[in-house]
Design a protein around this ligand. Structure first.
Ligand SMILES: [Ca+2]
Length: 194
């Protein structure tokens, strides 16, 4: 009887001790109740994803570099301002793009012959173009000509941080869409260096 009572007491002590340990574990979890907006909790602190800072990784940092890798022309008018074909022989425009930054042309692509506006045209930049976050940024679409000067078709220029992709609460999108007057649309593909 005495032995079994002793065993019961020992068992009770053991169970109490065990449950204390279990409870203690969850109370002592350094990441309990910590939310990291853009990162992961490690030992009670948020380890932020690239491009974010702050106690909960809520702050977006200005990237070291914002790099344009590709432009896709998804919309352009099939006729010129006068309603005629872009080329004198009635064929579609022979399109290429110029990328502008800081008031200068920083990239000029090759061209697609006789483009039709029901198709998308992809320009993979080679090399990629680093666009300073503080400068203006623009894309222009041209029709390549062979006997006269190339024809400017349309495009868009945006100033400074209006276009930039790191602005607060926008994350770092891999694509942005620029829409220009008279029906021109450019999908821009970005990578970031943090
Ligand atoms: Ca043509």
């Amino acid at each position: 009887m005495k032995v079994s009572r002793l065993l019961t007491i020992i068992l009770a002590i053991f169970l109490t001790f065990s449950s204390c340990t279990e409870d203690g574990k969850s109370i002592l979890d350094p990441c309990a109740g910590i939310t990291c907006d853009n990162g992961e909790c490690i030992n009670g602190d948020c380890d932020c994803d690239p491009g974010y800072s702050g106690p909960s990784c809520a702050n977006e940092l200005r990237p070291v570099s914002i790099i344009l890798t590709r432009v896709q022309v998804t919309q352009f008018p099939q006729t010129n301002d006068q309603g005629g074909g872009w080329d004198s022989d009635g064929t579609g425009p022979d399109i290429y793009i110029k990328v502008k930054s800081g008031g200068n042309v920083v990239y000029e692509s090759g061209y697609y012959q006789d483009a039709i506006n029901t198709s998308n045209y992809t320009f993979d930049l080679n090399p990629d173009v680093n666009i300073p976050s503080t400068s203006d940024f623009g894309i222009s679409l041209y029709d390549r000509e062979f006997l006269v000067s190339d024809t400017f078709m349309g495009g868009v220029v945006t100033g400074g941080e209006v276009w930039t992709t790191y602005l607060k609460d926008r994350g770092f999108p891999s694509t942005t869409t620029l829409t220009a007057f008279a029906g021109y649309t450019f999908e821009c593909y970005w990578t970031y260096v943090h």
